[in-house]
Design a protein around this ligand. Sequence first.
Ligand code: NAD
Length: 358
Amino acid sequence: MHISICLLPGDGIGPEIVAQTVKVLDAVNARFGHTISTQTALIGGAAIDATGVPLPEATVNACKKADAVLLGAVGGPKWDGIERDIRPERGLLGIRKALGLFANLRPALLFPELASASFLRPDIVARGIHIMVVRELTGGIYFGEPKGFEEREGEQAAFNTMVYRKSEVERIARIGFETAMKRDKRLCNVDKANVLEVSQLWRATVVAMAREYPEVELTHMYVDNAAMQLVRDPSQFDVIVTGNLFGDILSDEAAMLTGSIGMLPSASLGTTSPFLYEPIHGSAPDIAGQDKANPLATILSLAMMFRHSFELETEAVAIEEAVRQVLKAGYRTGDIMEDGGTLVGGEKMGDLVAEKMG
Ligand code: NAD
């Protein structure tokens, strides 16, 4: 199978973690006999330095031609003073928009080997954390119109609009159901249907779609309760589907249950490929260029790419298993270091995972 991936290393630790992930990709090629090719394009601060803009046209074209996109991270203090419209982060928003990516998948998976990194009580962690948050990414209150500032009865006021069209809910709900079908077949819809009309439409749409997925057990939870349940007993969740605002908050909360930002991958999906894969962390300028960055979140993003873009589950599981083996053997980068672990740099971590793939 011939596959092409566009790499967007970006800024800070981005190039380091992407380089480690390419080692793993090469190992997948060798083991499974694929000819996966890569090409690299500019985004973020690196693109600003080279071209004056955070998302050059050439990058958009290179991404569109590829089967999938792997991003490192963008941003850093060097570009903080730049005017808002051409900041590095604009590159990220721009590429998501250009590729029509409306669904963000963020797994919160606690590797048993890293259980002590969780902020939760050991007895809660012992029940396991393996959640997938499916968040709508391009609608809802962050984008709804009208919005703005105005004067109301002589006083300053500000307002936003939370709006979803049925078709927007349908397409994200479908991703929720399809994701559940590939996992434990349990989908929890999170909304605020007891208060918000937009949530009532949301819920009715999800319920209607459930008929197409009789194997999936669908439940509903109000967002305030979901926030509580995530810390009370995260083991109860398989897949969560929710809107942009609620998903923004809950996916960060779910991520923190695992305690280690350097371990968490993500996928942004649309209707047609290419989709985008990236670690959830940023460019970590404080450790850039010191071989301290943990590449595992990016390597696990590659595993998601195999699963969601190429439907190559065996390869995805092989990557995840290689990561698990390396952790089991006690190797740790600084961010996940614990008593008795063997401290390694990012380069070595990449080598170890690639070796385990062999
Ligand atoms: P950050 O995620 O970059 O870093 C937060 C902390 O976690 C830092 O102490 C960092 O050293 C550590 N960390 C992050 N990733 C790590 C890894 N792989 N291995 C080891 N340690 C890791 O968040 P921040 O400091 O708030 O932001 C830094 C820059 O990144 C800013 O310019 C911000 O705008 C940008 N950012 C980019 C993205 C993205 O590209 N998707 C996301 C968030 C922030």
